[in-house]
Design a protein around this ligand. Structure first.
Ligand code: SF4
Length: 390
């Protein structure tokens, strides 16, 4: 009835909603967007948003914070959260063509290869609440989003519970995306998960190639243990890039190959001894396995301790990180007890401590040049025969 009256009053059909392909959607390149970006690219693509109009903010930088985030801070927090004000500001004020939507999901839990083997895969509470807390800095005097004609969407989303996600995203986005239906949201969510899985498989395949090369050539590589957003040059300060320049391939624990032949070889002894129920079980070292990124760091330490060619682990953590603090000792002990070299860069903040990084990188490469051969040999001797990497 209301639609019938609507038509007769105007005498013409209602004007069509703006085309999805015309929408410009901005996404801050922060926190767990570093590990879930392909989900969002697949999701918005399936909804008809043109990939070229999906705008990710730049890498974090002090300049970005100064230019776009200044005066918009809300709570005193770790740098990976604090810097988000600069990303929001860049998306709101720093675009040649105005955005229609600023999309900043409140991610509650994360898809992980450890799902089902750990207690939960929750995000850090600061991560989950960050969109609300950063938004406050853009609304404390007046509503900057409304002023700029930008719809702000921060849906709460449980990415590790796929059955909940279509409803969460439909409810969180229907005001921001014209004509969005529940059915098409469900289809787009499925496309998002497919894109994320394909991306993960591709990177794991690359990591396997690196490991096979190391095994064939008997060459050392490094593993980085850090949160996904330490891949951001403004957060992790590209320490791993400096190390790679010395000719050591770098693997990130999050994209380590999890093929069953390799997992059985790496964890066979622990499985036979009954210490763990599966290669992805970390209860032997981390019983309170609730935090997704923490779980992956602990698992990464275990795998690095077992794989002979990972001769060195580099740990990165941010200043004021309450989640990483309790893991420092266990991670270091797991790695060092296997004879693997361990170096950590804790308390990373906005500025790159360039001088000390340079000295530490030289120290690390000195030790690697001197001891990598011995480390590989000793770790190889402790492993089962039949390495699938050779
Ligand atoms: S895990 Fe640590 S660095 Fe990351 S948001 Fe939480 S407190 Fe900050």
């Amino acid at each position: 009835m209301p639609r019938w009256f609507g038509r007769t009053r105007s005498g013409a059909p209602p004007s069509p909603p703006p085309s999805r392909a015309e929408l410009r959607v901005g996404i801050p390149r922060v926190l767990n967007l570093w590990s879930t970006h392909q989900f969002w690219v697949g999701f918005f693509g399936a909804l008809g948003v043109d990939g070229r109009r999906l705008v990710f903010s730049s890498d974090t930088s002090e300049e970005q914070g100064r230019q776009f985030g200044k005066g918009r801070g809300t709570v005193d927090c770790c740098y990976p959260v604090k810097c988000i004000a600069g990303h929001y500001g860049e998306l709101v004020f720093g675009q040649r063509e105005k955005l229609d939507v600023l999309f900043s999901p409140m991610i509650y839990n994360l898809p992980s290869f450890l799902s089902g083997h750990v207690a939960r895969t929750l995000t850090c509470p600061r991560v989950m609440a960050a969109p609300e807390n950063v938004k406050a800095g853009f609304m404390k005097e007046r509503d900057v989003f409304a002023e700029q004609g930008i719809r702000y969407a921060a849906p709460f989303v449980s990415l590790d519970e796929p059955a909940l996600v279509p409803k969460q995203l439909w409810e969180g986005l229907r005001e921001a995306i014209p004509g969005l239906t529940a059915t098409e949201t469900a289809g787009a969510v499925a496309a998002g998960y497919r894109a994320l899985a394909e991306f993960g498989a591709r990177l794991r395949g690359k990591s396997r190639e690196v490991l096979e090369w190391c095994a064939r050539e008997n060459r050392a590589c490094l593993m980085v243990l850090a949160r996904p957003y330490h891949m951001d040059p403004g957060i992790g300060h590209e320490i791993e890039v400096d190390l790679q320049a010395y000719g050591y391939p770098v693997l990130w624990a999050q994209y380590f190959p999890v093929d069953s032949d390799l997992m059985q070889w790496a964890f066979g002894a622990d499985l036979r001894a009954g210490h763990i129920k599966s290669p992805f079980d970390i209860r032997d070292v981390w019983p309170s396995s609730y935090s997704s990124n923490t779980n992956e760091i602990l698992w990464g330490a275990k795998v690095a301790a077992r794989i002979p060619w990972i001769a060195c682990v580099v740990r990165l953590a941010s200043y004021e990180c309450g989640m990483d603090q309790p893991t420092y000792t266990p991670v270091q002990q797991i790695v060092e007890r296997s004879g693997t070299l361990f170096f950590s860069f804790q308390d990373l903040d906005s500025t790159k401590p360039a001088g000390s990084v340079k000295i530490r990188v030289e120290t690390i490469t000195h030790y690697l040049a001197r001891y990598a051969g011995e480390i590989i040999e000793k770790k190889m001797a402790a492993m089962d025969p039949g390495c699938p990497l050779r």
